[in-house]
Design a protein around this ligand. Structure first.
Ligand code: TXA
Ligand code: MG
Length: 345
């Protein structure tokens, strides 16, 4: 891997204290540090420093209406950022933190408005990654961090993905290897009367409902689209074309195989056939022309871990089309299916 001034290798399990100190210094000085979490790499800044948070938006090309998540090292630190900490928050935090769950709660005034895009609530989570936790402990302040990719691009699950997308726009990238979960955290809004899912992730709605002992309202983008409510009212960032590779994306099921096969053969026989990547589970498509076929894991956790790298690879291979077999419509796959729908949007 290319090592540059901004890329710093760090031991994912036992991060070297001098490297953590160097990254903490950058954050203390108001700079930007990309770092690994268990979900995806985050682009971090001091969440209490409005100018530093503004730099995140500039680096990503992220619109000002899209709030960022505040990362903290403990439940106590999360409580310092919010004006109410309901019993539901306590139970979920005890059960799932550190882990891929973001809780949205009414914010305290110490969080600058730029971090929440002017909203009165803030998203907080304790990431389950030794590097992220060491960095949080070293700085002593919450770290605002969206995924470390340019706006609308696929989230990074390796330091190399960050380097390619933002290398000239960050002060430091901590390279702690591949992210374990692979897709972004589940976002749950606890600021209203009913717990409401704003973004599905690998902690599922059924798991959250089982822990709380009552149903969770689903307000994630695919459901909202079906019900015709504007997503902007609740979770600004979830509305737009997101998690999108450069290539066109088709989703298909076993029932579409003959139709998709015919279309692929037609493309392969075109005057200047373009490369196609197929991410498949059980189906088989004709290996027409410049086709790359990737057999994806049959387990939802393994699939999530590999998904973004597979999409990055397809783009890097110059594919103009990515054909993806839809995974099963079961609880375990909801987070993955949500990202696939968005990629195909
Ligand atoms: O796993 C993750 O969540 C990763 C890692 C780095 O922690 N972060 C991440 O951040 O995915 P980002 O900015 O790409 O997505 C955060 C999304 C926002 O787009 C928004 O939809 C929702 O979380 N969100 C954050 N704060 C919110 C708030 N105050 N109210 C409603 N939704 C919020
Ligand atoms: Mg993102």
């Amino acid at each position: 891997m290319h090592e540059s001034g901004v890329l710093l290798r760090i031991d994912a399990q036992h991060p070297e204290p001098d490297r953590i100190a160097r990254a903490a210094r950058v954050l203390l000085d108001g700079g930007l540090v990309a770092f690994p979490t268990e979900t995806v790499y985050g682009l971090g800044a001091n969440a209490l420093d409005a100018d530093a948070v503004r730099r995140i938006y500039v680096a990503k090309g992220r619109p000002a209406w899209n709030p960022v998540i505040a990362h903290v090292a403990s439940i106590a630190a999360a409580r310092d950022l919010v004006t109410s900490w309901p019993d539901t928050a306590e139970r979920l935090a005890v059960a799932f933190w550190p882990g891929p769950l973001t809780l949205v709660l009414p914010k305290r005034d110490n969080i600058p408005d730029v971090a929440t895009a002017g909203l009165s609530a803030v998203g907080v989570r304790v990431p389950n990654h030794p590097v992220a936790l060491a960095l949080l402990r070293a700085t002593g302040f919450p770290i605002a961090a969206p995924s470390a990719n340019r706006f609308t691009e696929i989230s990074p699950t390796t330091a190399q993905h960050v380097m390619t997308s933002l290398g000239d726009r960050v002060d430091l990238i901590l390279d702690g290897g591949v992210c374990d979960v692979g897709i972004e955290s589940t976002v749950l809004d606890l600021s209203g009367d009913t717990p409401t899912m704003l973004r599905p992730g690998m902690i599922s709605r059924a798991q959250l409902a089982a822990l709380l002992g009552h149903p969770i309202r689903d307000h994630s983008a695919t459901t909202v689209a079906a019900h015709g409510v504007t997503e902007a009212q609740r979770s600004p960032g979830a509305a737009d074309r997101h998690y999108a590779p450069r290539a066109e994306v088709w989703l298909c099921d076993a029932s579409d195989v003959s139709e998709v096969s015919e279309a692929l053969v037609r493309r392969a026989n075109a005057a200047s056939p373009s490369r196609v990547t197929a991410l498949l589970l059980g189906i088989t498509l004709p290996a027409a022309g410049h086709q790359i076929t990737v057999r994806m894991p049959l387990d939802a956790d393994d699939y999530a871990r590999h998904l973004y790298a597979a999409l990055h690879d397809a783009d890097d291979a110059g594919s103009s089309l990515i054909v993806i077999e839809r995974p099963p419509d079961t609880d375990a796959w909801i987070g993955v299916r949500n990202r696939l729908e968005r990629a195909a949007h």
